[in-house]
Design a protein around this ligand. Structure first.
Ligand SMILES: [Zn+2]
Ligand SMILES: [Zn+2]
Length: 456
């Protein structure tokens, strides 16, 4: 015997008998059936078919059956043509105005024109090309739909939120005339149905560049006083700072002002010591500006502003718009980069030219082992890192003073490569030159980003 299965038309009639539903909400319960149409069209079509069946019964003289259909459609179906037909046929029905699945005080779908205007108003202050909408639906409406779907085993329904976001997004697109971007929108508009409130998630702006540090004694990032943690105390003369300035503040502060941003962060490819200069082509960084109101920045003007305010200390160049992934790559690749340094090295004993050449040969393309230096042990875990030294060139400047040029893998501690750090770095210049060596001045002269090409 054939099993009796209800079609979606039968199921719709049963559901409508129970709950008042607008076209959008009835259609949404079957949203994945038939493409190229809207939920409103789906709902309207189902109701129309039911009305035709009812009318057929009416014309065929089955008034009882006809009443059953017309009462449902004129009542919970909120269908004007059914009301007319029922009235003409003298069939009584109960008037309903409130859809069970989209209406609390008013229908959330009917709010769309109003909130579209509100969003447009709010966004007047922002520069952006792409956006996306999101929403927080009424929990109660979500529960109601889940309940109906479970009870009638509806497998093709669409969540309220998804349908609402699409309709809201369409209206906003028409109004704002900006692109909808699902993966990297510049602004996300979020509507909370319960609070009837719009909030914005303004995604950050990323700017790539390179900085040179021309003065010693400037840390890369803001360094607060260790005593008072930035509140200001005797130790720091009330400044709250261990160091008064930083590379990242010189870069970030003018940018925050120009972009009308809330905050900034500088992601750099490694960092030089506070007392080291960063020369040559500079160190790559990505500046992240949070919640910017302006995005179409003139980067030449920005570079000019930064360089003007940090005159003689910091200098940026090659600014270009970028994205988050580049900041992540910078950090990830930092230890893969090749870096070049020039250091002044004082030696306890005078060193012969011959020994200098021996040392150069000894450090040609080798791996060295560096246990976390004493001076950074408080902030880095104690372990032995293997680093590649490509080349060291040594020149005598004075009797007890050398100039060393280093080409090494990113993350190599140069000061310790020179001093040996009490045996924690092996081998070291102290060891190979057979006399205590000390780095008295250090400059970074080049950073090659990207994977090193060992054949080059
Ligand atoms: Zn509805
Ligand atoms: Zn302090």
């Amino acid at each position: 015997m054939d099993e009796m299965t209800d079609t979606m038309i039968d199921v719709s009639k049963t559901i409508l008998n129970e709950y008042p539903l607008c076209n959008e909400c009835l259609g949404r319960l079957f949203a994945w059936l038939a493409t190229g149409t809207t939920n409103i069209q789906r709902g309207r079509s189902i109701k129309l078919v039911l009305l035709m069946i009812g009318d057929e019964f009416l014309r065929g003289g089955d008034r009882k059956k006809a009443s059953e259909y017309l009462q449902i459609l004129a009542g919970n179906g909120m269908m004007k043509s059914a009301r007319r037909l029922a009235k003409d046929a003298g069939i009584p029905f109960e008037l309903k105005e409130t859809c069970h699945l989209c209406t609390k005080d008013d229908s959330v779908f009917e709010r769309i024109p109003r909130i579209t205007n509100e969003v447009d108003e709010i966004l007047q202050d922002y520069e952006f090309d792409t956006f996306l909408v999101g929403s927080v639906p009424f929990p109660q409406l979500v529960e109601r739909q889940d309940e109906i779907c479970a009870r009638y085993n509806l497998l093709n329904s669409e969540p309220l939120k998804s349908s609402f976001n699409r309709e809201f997004g369409k209206k906003l697109f028409e109004k704002l005339k900006r692109e909808v971007d699902f993966s990297k929108p510049e602004i996300v508009v979020i509507y909370d149905m319960l609070k009837d409130q719009i909030s914005l998630q303004v995604n950050p702006l990323f700017i790539f560049g390179k900085y040179r540090k021309l003065e010693r004694g400037i840390p890369q990032s803001r360094w607060d006083c260790g005593e008072c943690k930035g509140k200001g105390c005797e130790e720091c003369d009330g400044t709250g700072r261990r160091y008064l300035d930083s590379v990242s503040e010189y870069i970030g502060k003018p940018a925050v002002k120009i972009a009308h941003a809330a905050r900034f962060k500088v992601h750099a490819a490694g960092r030089e010591d506070i007392d080291a200069l960063m020369l040559g082509d500079g160190r790559p960084f990505v500046l992240e500006l949070s919640e910017p109101k302006k995005r179409k920045l003139n980067l030449e003007v920005l570079a000019h502003e930064i360089n003007k305010e940090a005159y003689g200390k910091i200098e940026v160049h090659d600014l270009e718009f970028s994205e988050r992934s580049r900041a992540q790559d910078l950090k990830k690749d930092a230890s893969e980069n090749i870096k070049e340094y020039v250091a002044s090295i004082s030696t306890e004993k005078e060193i012969s030219e011959e020994l200098l050449r021996i040392a150069e040969k000894r450090f040609k393309d080798i791996e060295i082992e560096q246990r976390t230096p004493n001076r950074v042990a408080h902030r880095r875990s104690d372990l032995v890192r293997v680093k590649h030294v490509y080349e060291i060139k040594l020149k005598r400047k004075e009797k007890l003073l050398l100039e060393g040029s280093f080409k090494v893998q990113g993350g190599t501690y140069i000061k310790e490569l020179i001093s040996g750090d009490e045996g924690r770095t092996k081998p070291s210049l102290t060891e190979v030159l057979e006399t205590p060596c000390l780095c008295t001045e250090l400059n970074v002269t080049a950073i090659y980003t990207g994977k090193p090409d060992h054949n080059a």
